[in-house]
Design a protein around this ligand. Structure first.
Ligand code: AMP
Ligand code: MN
Ligand code: MN
Ligand code: MN
Length: 291
């Protein structure tokens, strides 16, 4: 599929980053597909954290809504002591090595959740494990987002943004350091399964300039091919900055809302600026993987 190039922008309403109840979103894959289609999305990918259990449902729902579909996931990686997210697009959802790798990555989440609850108990917030579990759609995927929803319900914070300012992040109650997959593993799982690896929302990481350079060069050396330039978690200035980074490293560009929930996400599905026409859209690399 060759997306039309008109007036210096790549006019395709692609949304290649969002979350369902299979990870930490609040909508089912079918409801997300309906919402994406209603918002004019033409090419969609569901990218649940460390999990591809929703892929067949999402692809079928996309088809029912008349959208084209790319398989997706968002893998948690530890790089330079930080958690970095690598989106995978267009891989074979039945690839056994990738499924095993993601299962391992999910593996530590149960014990981590109990430690998060123990840390919150130390500041007087009780029963957070049970509270978070009430928001969990996939028992293998207890995430900080589920704790954040419980802390709002319990009246500790007014919204989940406040939770992540006061809790669950480095130096705050409820933060538990965790070791995720390596950058090399994540990129290999995706590319060996026929997909393209994408650095998610690069502006969100607390990396020094040297560490960020290392992230991009190592990512590229492992076979990574794209970076999110336009995302719900980038400002316009950040999108400009990472468009330049994409060109500097010879990476294709992706576009995705990172939508989680109608109540929590400020960027809705498909409601994003278009990619600038000087960039190679990631879907050009994946033309034969689009369903
Ligand atoms: P986990 O994978 O369990 O560490 O949870 C990470 C998830 O928490 C992310 O995917 C976001 O959905 C959410 N999150 C992390 N940091 C923030 C933040 N500062 N503001 C809002 N949501 C956040
Ligand atoms: Mn999330
Ligand atoms: Mn992310
Ligand atoms: Mn995400």
């Amino acid at each position: 599929m060759a997306p039309p190039r008109i007036e210096g922008v790549s006019i395709l309403n692609a949304d290649l980053h969002c979350h369902s109840v299979v990870s930490d979103g609040t909508l089912a894959p079918e409801a997300l597909a309906a919402r994406a289609a209603a918002n004019g999305v033409e090419l969609w990918a569901l990218t649940d954290h460390d999990e591809i259990g929703g892929q067949h449902r999402a692809a079928a729902a996309a088809r029912a809504q008349g959208m084209r579909y790319l398989t997706g996931t968002e893998i948690s990686v530890t790089f330079a002591g930080e958690t970095v997210h690598i989106v995978g697009l267009g891989f074979d959802p039945d690839d056994a090595r990738m499924q095993r790798g993601l299962e391992e990555t999910r593996g530590g989440r149960g014990a981590r959740a109990r430690e998060i609850a123990a840390s919150l108990a130390q500041v007087g917030i009780r029963d957070a494990y049970e509270g978070a579990l009430r928001y969990v759609g996939n028992p293998q995927l207890v995430s900080r987002t589920h704790f954040a929803r419980f802390l709002v319900e319990a009246g500790v914070c007014k919204d989940t943004n406040e939770v992540f300012r006061r809790y669950l992040t480095e130096g705050k109650p409820g933060f538990v350091p965790h070791r995720w997959a390596s950058l090399r593993q994540a990129v290999q799982w995706i590319t060996d399964a026929g997909g393209v690896a994408v650095i998610a929302h690069p502006a969100r990481y607390k990396l020094t300039a040297n560490e960020e350079y290392a992230l991009f060069s190592e990512f590229k050396a492992h076979g990574g091919q794209a970076v999110e330039v336009v995302t719900g978690s980038h400002s316009a200035a950040e999108a400009v900055k990472y468009a330049a980074t994409a060109r500097e490293f010879g990476l294709a560009a992706s576009r995705g809302s990172d939508f989680h929930s109608p109540d929590e996400s400020h960027t809705d599905l498909g409601q994003l600026p278009y990619l600038s026409g000087e960039l190679t859209p990631v879907w050009e690399l994946l033309a034969d993987r689009i369903r």
